[in-house]
Ligand binder design. Structure first.
Ligand code: NI
Length: 170
């Protein structure tokens, strides 16, 4: 399994809109396995293909306490969303060390294909609901900092560019 490079905000490739996965084949299964490996290695709870510069509708996540329940969502669509909203602190592997509050639907039902191409519905609430919505945003080219005020976003952008320069110098 390969460790994939995660794009960092404000990389413009993070704003690419992903295309549907055409077939759940060996290539996709290998990508799923690499993405899970990359997500667990980075201590993340979710990763969208967009973040590893693959612009197809594919997400991996694991919001379990033991980090032993991987969920694979291929071509996910939200089929039900609660009227109730919830505000939660979010972070993102593409925006390291930045956390802020974002309002989203408290519960969602997502319909997707799994690693073997089987269709299923997933009812998500709490952290899983946050994660599904956050990762599906990535597939639309949206990063969570875009929900913050322009001032905060500019500050984060500047911080990330500075950090990238420092990391390069190391
Ligand atoms: Ni993210």
């Amino acid at each position: 399994m390969a460790l994939l490079t995660i794009l960092r905000y404000p990389d413009p490739r993070l704003h690419t809109v992903a295309r549907p996965v055409q077939a759940v084949d060996e290539r996709i299964r290998a990508l799923v396995d690499d993405m899970l490996h990359t997500m667990y290695s980075a201590d993340g709870v979710g990763l969208a293909a967009t973040q590893v510069d693959v612009h197809e509708r594919l997400i991996v996540m694991d919001t379990s306490d033991q980090h032993n329940r991987p969920v694979v969502l291929i071509n996910p669509e939200i089929v039900r969303r609660s009227a109730e909203m919830a505000v939660n602190e979010e972070g993102c592997l593409s925006v390291p060390l930045i956390y802020d509050r974002v309002e989203r639907h408290a519960r969602v039902t997502v319909r997707a294909l799994g690693r073997d191409g089987e269709a299923f519905d997933l009812d998500a609430e709490g952290l899983a609901a946050v994660c599904v919505q956050h990762e599906m945003d990535h597939l639309m080219g949206r990063v969570f900092v875009e929900y913050l005020s322009p001032l905060k976003r500019d500050r984060i952008r500047t911080k990330m560019i500075k950090k990238a320069r420092e990391d390069q110098r190391k």
